[in-house]
Design a protein around this ligand. Sequence first.
Ligand code: ADQ
Length: 455
Amino acid sequence: MSRLVVVSNRVGDPRKPAAGGLAVAVGESLASGAGGLWFGWSGQISEEAAPGEGELHMQHAGRSTLATVDLSRPDHDSYYLGYSNQALWPAFHYRLDLADFERSQFEGYKRVNRMFAAKLSALLRPDDVIWVHDYHLIPLAAELRMLGCTQRIGFFLHIPLPPPTILAAIPGHEGLMRWFFAYDLVGLQTQLDLEHFVRFIRDEARARPMGGDRYQAYERTLCARSFPIGIDVEEFQHLARSREAIETYTTLKEEYAKRRLLVGVDRLDYSKGLPHRFRAFRELLANYPENRMSATLIQIASPTRESVHAYYGELDWMPVRYIHRTWSRRRLEGLYRNAKVALVTPLRDGMNLVAKEFIAVQDAEDPGVLVLSRFAGAAEQLREALLVNPYDTETTAQLIQRALRMPLEERRERHAALYERVRRDDVHAWRRAFLAALSSEQAADAEQEVAEGHA
Ligand code: ADQ
């Protein structure tokens, strides 16, 4: 049986509960079958190390092994802060205006991928299957191939993939395409991302369709498919029984007994559209006065430098509570369950797991309503949410009002349909689908070799 090797920028400890969806999915894969290896950056920055150098640490966690590498300060700044987060993140979120394509950062990005490939290739076994995650590591397979690696390698992109006209603005995008073709399988979050990817490789790399999601270019064949990521529904529901979740739930329930609670939970990032959300909320209060003295939005945002101030405040009514920190998943659970409405209104998002977490923990008899941006990947699956265009704050306010006034029967119907999908397409289904596709690609290759042998 093959061993699974997972590569991602950050490595979680799969033994720790509540480490988040990806850690759960990865941990589960690594612990099953032949065990596994999880490789990535240690999170440590070394002030002594030279660019392209980094100490490797090996640690055993149950049946899996964690292999992590430190980064030198220049590598961290150019690969992680620089090219990954100031070039690829904004460009892939359709924000070329915010992207900075500095040559030295691009060099650092390639250098770290080369260094990771060198360290990882020494740990590989011939029948390993390798699963690489996200935009930090696009060149990794090409670097591994240069070192002679012939194992199956799959790639999953957690963020959106923009249309070819945006990708074409990235200096060196031809190289980006070649990097993708070093993978056997490229997984994207949505059908839309997949369409963009296929158009990109067909128009720019003249990739030839080979049937069944397979495309050939640069003398290699890859399979491209969408695999919408999900959450661990049971794990999240299980949190509801924790003391912290119950305390949060009860406190908020008492505090907001006479109010209508709306909730937003995001990492503070421009892609999440918080200013637009607050504007829509302000319009809700201005245009539908019945919400004054009653509607309250609790916005939890993991810290960065910006700050947003509450407005419309009165002595006993503060309409926006802006909580500038990371909450534990248990407390989030208690908050989601109290909310009448969740505002998940990113300007652009690969998937958005908050939308799915909110649905997973609602009381089916009296569920809250999800207001979801049509530009979140999740909107492709969660059609029964109230879909909004977050740039249109007036209509968003109208739909928030509709959510607040939605009759019980309609709330139940919408929730039942959404819950069904969140449950079925959970994180385990996502992992199984990706790994099955990666191994069936192996079968497809063998068939092709046989066919070519007969020809
Ligand atoms: P993120 O951009 O981090 O992930 P998201 O999908 O919303 O976005 O996942 C965030 C996770 O962190 C959720 O589990 C949420 O509960 C938690 N979280 C967010 N803000 C928090 C806060 N303030 N306090 C505590 N917890 C918080 C990237 C892509 C997404 C894609 C995921 C998974 O940008 O589009 O859905 O990867 O592929």
